[in-house]
Design a protein around this ligand. Structure first.
Ligand SMILES: Cc1cc2nc3c(=O)[nH]c(=O)nc-3n(C[C@H](O)[C@H](O)[C@H](O)COP(=O)(O)OP(=O)(O)OC[C@H]3O[C@@H](n4cnc5c(N)ncnc54)[C@H](O)[C@@H]3O)c2cc1C
Length: 324
């Protein structure tokens, strides 16, 4: 789950924000509060394009814009391509990879005297970015023709977990989160996401995740209910912001044990546990691999040597058969 200063279960206090958000609207509530309290002049995030089958970087300056960007968008978008990120006073909500890249950039820029301060960095747990083709497949599975541009499209939120929904004039069609993520979007994530060492927003000030309820085997239960997030302060600044937001009635937080979060995030745990084995299998099969430092991958892998061998062998065989 990465290093942290504090970890809570929580949700946005404003019911509309909680409802619109992906898990419980915490990121949207913080976005609105950062703007209204003057702690940020704009927040860079992601939202639907005019053609809502596409997801694009957005600059948020009002509560209405924050609500319009609420909800995870399971499609490619490049938040850091937003030029506003260079402007002082911009806070950023992004995927863990984006936040980690931005933090490295700022650290270098500061060392060279080119940037005075680090923007407020908000992130979320991320299982990976699905291909844009997966969005199109879902739309067509709802009986909407490829050439049709929907009026609106959202992947989840407006409930928890919420449904993949397409609106076209007076027609609304939707499919459950379990079906959309589990069968179409999740399997379409990119290879680079499958070998990502940080799906948990380690470089952010604050990282937010779904705090699922789970069945006896630990598998998350996706029954529609009021949203609940796990909220992690990764820095002192993140913790201070969260506690101030609580005292101002923006979010509700209740302390939890980090192990209870790990228990309902099996994908994140398995991904990091098996990452070194995956990389090793790929390398032995002749692929070039990325190098990661600072994620204790060897230490984690040593705890389960049999699992390491099983995953490395499986990856080796898959890569070899894909290449032949
Ligand atoms: C691709 C992807 C994979 C995810 N995988 C997991 C996971 O494995 N486990 C888990 O617990 N949670 C995952 N989430 C996050 C989860 O769905 C919630 O976003 C998180 O719990 C925060 O909820 P919230 O209600 O506070 O966010 P909201 O209040 O709904 O705010 C969401 C914020 O995220 C930004 N955003 C939305 N989509 C993107 C995007 N594609 N790229 C960059 N920024 C974006 C928006 O600008 C908005 O500010 C994933 C999200 C995405 C986009």
């Amino acid at each position: 789950m990465g290093s942290f200063v504090g970890v809570w279960k929580g949700h946005a206090v404003d019911p509309e924000t909680r409802h619109r958000g992906s898990s419980a609207g915490v990121l949207t509530a913080l976005t609105t509060w950062l703007l209204e309290s003057g702690k940020a002049t704009r927040v860079a995030g992601a939202g639907a394009d005019r053609d809502p089958r596409r997801t694009v970087p957005v600059s948020i300056t009002t509560k209405e814009e924050a609500l319009a960007s609420a909800g995870s968008r399971y499609a490619p978008t490049a938040t850091l391509s937003n030029p506003d990120i260079q402007l002082p006073g911009t806070a950023v909500v992004g995927k863990p990879c984006e936040i980690s890249a931005l933090k490295s950039y700022v650290i270098n820029a500061k060392a060279n005297g080119n940037r005075p301060s680090t923007p407020i960095l908000l992130s979320f747990f991320c299982a990976g970015t699905p291909s844009a083709h997966a969005t199109q497949r879902l739309i067509e599975s709802l009986g909407i023709a490829k050439s049709t541009v929907p009026d609106s499209l959202w992947y989840r939120g407006r409930g928890w977990p919420g449904r993949f929904t397409v609106q076209l004039r007076d027609i609304t069609r939707s499919v459950s989160y379990d079906e959309s993520w589990g069968k179409v979007l999740g399997p379409a994530t990119q290879w680079r996401c499958k070998v990502c060492p940080d799906g948990v927003g380690e470089s952010a000030d604050i990282a937010v995740a779904d705090f699922w309820q789970s069945d006896d085997s630990g598998y998350p239960i996706f029954v529609e209910t009021d949203g609940s997030s796990a909220v992690i302060a990764r820095t002192i600044r993140g913790r201070d912001l969260l506690l101030e937001a609580v005292s101002e009635g923006i979010i509700d937080l209740e302390p939890i044990d980090i192990n209870s979060l790990a228990a309902v995030q099996p994908l994140q745990v398995q991904r990091r546990t098996g990452l070194l084995a995956r990389l090793t299998g790929s390398l032995l099969a002749g692929r070039r691999i990325p190098l990661f430092t600072g994620f204790s991958l060897a230490k984690i892998a040593r705890r389960q040597p049999r699992l390491f061998l099983r995953i490395a062998r499986g990856t080796y065989q898959r890569v070899r058969s894909a290449g032949s």
